[in-house]
Every structure is written in C-alpha cells, then in structure tokens.
Ligand binder design. Structure first.
Ligand code: DCP
Ligand code: MG
Ligand code: MN
Length: 337
C-alpha cells in the first residue's frame, strides 16, 4: 500500500523505514494481523516526518507509533539493526510460504498446505499439485499479477470497461476506485465501481454479468474470471484483463454498486484498508456501524455481537458520512494510514 509521491526523494528516516519494512514483511507472511497494522501505521507515520527520528521519546510523540515500536525505532537508529528481525524465522519453508502467498486466491492456510504437501516452487505446483482452474491461472500468471500497474495503464483499463458499459447502457457509470482514486502512481489492480442513477444492485449485476462481461471476454480484453459472487446479494466479479496487443495480464475487479449506496461504496472501495478500519472503529465507538453499504445509527451491541441492524442514516453521499461521523472531509489522496 505505498503512496509513491511520499516516498520520492530522500526521506530522513529511510534507513529506519527499511528495517521496519522487513519486519512488516515477516509479520505479513506469518499473518500476524495486529503487528501488520501496527507496523504499517508506524511506517506511514515515519514517512511523513521531515526530520530524522532518533530517540524513543521522539518516536513516541508521533501519532501512530506505540511504546514498543518506539523502542524498536530507537534500537534501529542506535545499532543500525534490529535484533528481533535477526531472530525472525526466515527458514526456507517460510520463504516458500511467502512465495506461495503471492498466488491469487491463496491464503496462509493454502500456502502452508502446499508446503506441507512437499511442493517447493511454482513449477512444482504447476506440474504436481491438483489446482483449481483459478489457482492454475494464479500460478501461471504469477509474475504478471506481481507487477504494479502504472497509473496511465489503470486509466486505459478503466476506459475500456467504461466504453463497453456505456455501449450497453449510456446512463451507466464507471468510477475507478482503490489506490487509483487515492492518486497512487501505480496500483496493484484495477478497481471499477459500476453504478447507475436509480438502479438497484440486481439490475446492475444482471447487466454486467449478462452483457458486459461476455462482451469484454469476446473482444479479448477480459482474459479470465477468478471469482464471482453469484449468491443473492453478490456484488463483484474478479478477473484478469489485458490491453489490446499486450500479453501482460492485470488483476481487475468489477464492483456492482446500487445508486442508493454509491457514497458508502466509494468510501469503502477508496480505502486504504487501514483508513477504513479506523473509520469503522470510530463509527462503532459512536454506537454506529459503517460498512460498504451505508452508515447506520442506533446499533445495539452485546460486546462484539450486533443485536440489530440499526437505522440507515447515510449511504448515498460520501461527504455526509464523514459529517455524520464528525470527521473533517478527507480527499482520497489523504486517506492513507
Ligand atoms: N478493502 C478493505 N479491506 C480489505 C480489502 C479491501 O477495506 N481487507 C477496501 C479498501 C481498498 C479497496 O477495498 O482500498 C480496494 O482493495 P484493493 O485490494 O484493490 O486495495 P487498493 O486498491 O487500496 O490497493 P492496490 O493498489 O494494492 O490494489
Ligand atoms: Mg486496488
Ligand atoms: Mn481490488
């Protein structure tokens, strides 16, 4: 989740960030969600500092840096290394699991299972492992999907989807969300929100799945379908696309958004995920509930368990969701935690 403009040029804390990033990579491969979040938050906060942070007290004063991370930052600056990182388990198995986690759709349990079954490389998987159709694509196109997509190319994919959508229904709209909407110079995938004034989820889903996806498969733009939520309120199609004349496959998500929920969906699909998490947490603290469909009040909880749905207060207007939560408006470019 990098926001390149901020990492351009020399950052006074780049040495520290480098080591913290390695720690983050380690926790990511071990699926340690809490530490992953803490490290991402701390790295993002450090990237914003204009001066070099050298002491624990300075580190602790930065919002987003907790006690233990402040200790580690001081250790890194003083010793140019981090003992915890050197003790980290970088066994060969670990590195293979990390590699396998890059296969589209494979989570920690699948990746560990492959290692336990004796597979050691992508070639092993291709030749010996029983793979689903989607997993096979994930392995075959591993290197394609691992590459960042330049902003300009994301725009081209969005334009092709938009053209197909509007040739079917000129009133339908395509908005590219995700890291693209946050202004990133390169993206991990293409997130297309598809919506239409007055339309319901069912209407949009039907048009996209029955007309638009087949059209884009036929003209060669969509290369593969990786996951479709086909159940009652399914709202997405995940797959791969490539620009005409290119054999480089990109990950693309088509997200079906009913008009009434466009504000909440824009908020959710703009992210980033950590920003979303903090907005949801804030809503929860105020007795509300925020999800990709709307902001609800009067939600009763018993601990973590929601006792009722609450009352919908806003879903159409992204700005009003901020206002109701009492959060000053943040443009997408600033929603990076
Ligand atoms: N999202 C979320 N929590 C998740 C996954 C996604 O809140 N666990 C939301 C925030 C993301 C958006 O969905 O910004 C799109 O998800 P992506 O995985 O496509 O992430 P980004 O577009 O932010 O980054 P990338 O450039 O890696 O695609
Ligand atoms: Mg994305
Ligand atoms: Mn996506």
């Amino acid at each position: 989740q990098q926001f390149e403009p901020e990492t351009n040029g020399k950052n006074p804390n780049s040495g520290t960030i480098d080591i913290l990033q390695q720690m983050l990579d380690y926790y990511t491969r071990n699926a340690d969600q809490w530490r992953v979040m803490a490290y991402r938050r701390a790295i993002a906060a450090l990237k914003k500092q204009k001066t070099k942070i050298t002491t624990k007290a300075q580190a602790r004063a930065i919002p987003g840096v907790g006690e233990r991370l402040a200790d580690k930052i001081e250790e890194i600056v003083l010793t140019n290394r981090l003992r915890r990182l050197e003790n980290a388990n970088n066994s060969p198995e670990d590195l293979i699991i990390q590699k396998f986690l890059g296969v589209y759709g494979a989570g920690l349990s699948q990746a560990s299972k492959w290692v336990a079954q004796g597979y050691r490389s992508l070639e092993d998987l291709l030749e010996k492992a029983p793979l689903s159709k989607q997993q096979r694509i994930g392995v075959e196109r591993y290197n394609d999907f691992a590459q960042r997509i330049p902003r300009k190319e994301v725009e081209s994919h969005g334009a092709i989807v938009r053209k197909a959508v509007q040739s079917v229904d000129k009133d339908m709209q395509v908005i590219v969300g995700g890291s693209y909407r946050r202004g990133a110079l390169s993206c991990g995938d293409v997130d297309c929100l598809i919506t239409k004034r007055g339309a319901t989820l069912e209407q949009i889903r039907n048009v996209v799945l029955a007309m638009i996806v087949p059209k884009l498969v036929n003209n060669g733009f969509l290369k593969a379908s990786l996951s479709i939520s086909s159940h009652q309120d399914g709202s997405k199609w995940h797959g791969a696309s490539a620009l005409p004349g290119s054999d480089l496959w990109r990950r693309i998500d088509l997200l079906f958004v009913p008009d009434a929920e466009i504000g909440a969906a824009l908020l959710y699909f703009t992210g980033n995920d950590i920003f979303n998490r903090s907005m949801r947490l804030l809503a929860r603290k105020k007795g509300m509930c925020l999800n990709q469909r709307g902001l609800y009040t009067n939600v009763l909880r018993d601990g973590q368990v929601k006792l009722n749905e609450g009352r919908l207060v806003e879903s159409r207007d992204e700005r009003r969701i901020f206002a109701v939560l009492g959060v000053p408006w943040r443009p997408p470019e600033h929603r990076i935690c």
